[in-house]
Design a protein around this ligand. Sequence first.
Ligand SMILES: *Cc1c(COP(=O)(O)O)cnc(C)c1O
Length: 382
Amino acid sequence: MDSHNKKGSLTGLPRPDSFGRFGKYGGKYVPETLMHALTELETVFHELAHDDDFEKELNGILRDYVGRETPLYFAERLTEHYKRANGEGPHIYLKREDLNHTGAHKINNAVGQALLAKRLGKKRIIAETGAGQHGVATATLLGAEVRAVHSGTATLKDATSEAIRDWVTNVETTHYILGSVAGPHPYPMMVRDFQKVIGKETRKQALEKWGGKPNVLVACVGGGSNAMGLFHEFVEDKDVRLIGVEAAGYGLDSGKHAATLTKGDVGVLHGAMSYLLQDEDGQIIEPHSISAGLDYPGVGPEHSFLKDLGRAEYYSITDQQALEAFKRLSRLEGIIPALETSHALAYLEKLCPTLPNGAKVVLNCSGRGDKDVHTAINHLQV
Ligand SMILES: *Cc1c(COP(=O)(O)O)cnc(C)c1O
């Protein structure tokens, strides 16, 4: 939380305005009962951004408990796989968020918000979870009671709706640890700021390893937190391409996908304005993805903003392509990636042939795939 509001270090671009807007996206579309809690959260978050003790405590936990910094790993055999006949091709590096305790990037944010909850004096914590990674990260810190959500389609959207309902009811005693850069302001900013350590480390490690910056950053996008965590540090470096990869499920024209930025329209969900999968009446279209963490009909407002600006590019990958990439990385590198991450990996198939020789690609390996082995086995029968 270093350059927070420091004059000159950031232009207006990467921070929301005082209404929590990234352009027209974001905002606080919430019941009146939550307004006070959101304002309080924002105030305390801004205070802590200048609090050395908080930063020290957070960094200590990230180092000793989470295991940061995570390596920037040169994936030699994956790089070899993308070499062209003349021996040229890009160099692929993996930012190993899968090596964090609990196996994904989610814990960076969960730790930050748990410390924040202590400062708020809130003793009860709630969290939504889809793939389970955010739930596990939060539960690891605190001990938890798991409540299954049966409403709607019983996916991440419904878990988030239930969590918000609980928060409205218990707001005096409870902090809601939202797991992605979605939801009402200040969550998209706050979660991003707890995740931006990914990009900061990447810049430093790139400088150490090849004395420059990455040329291309690639990350999967569900709500968008691992992507924003990687991108944020480089948003103002116009020579660094930012690529987000969404879930195309059974295909973009199948009606069964989660490609919100590719196929969505602007609307309001879970307290923020952003691109959404919705029908002509504004009703949410149920998304589909083989990876539960990408199976969400919305996306963080800052991604919608970066898309409209043309600053970041967004593409989509089908279930089948993700499964192939899951297999490929496991075989080539001995790293089993999460099915979410596999979407980003699959996009390398399209990206790499277009890149100049020696281009440096950093792909955010957002999580490990132990949780997905059963799903993969069911789909990869030979
Ligand atoms: C939750 C999750 C995602 C998707 O969430 P984002 O907020 O888009 O990062 C991606 N990868 C893994 C491993 C996850 O657990």
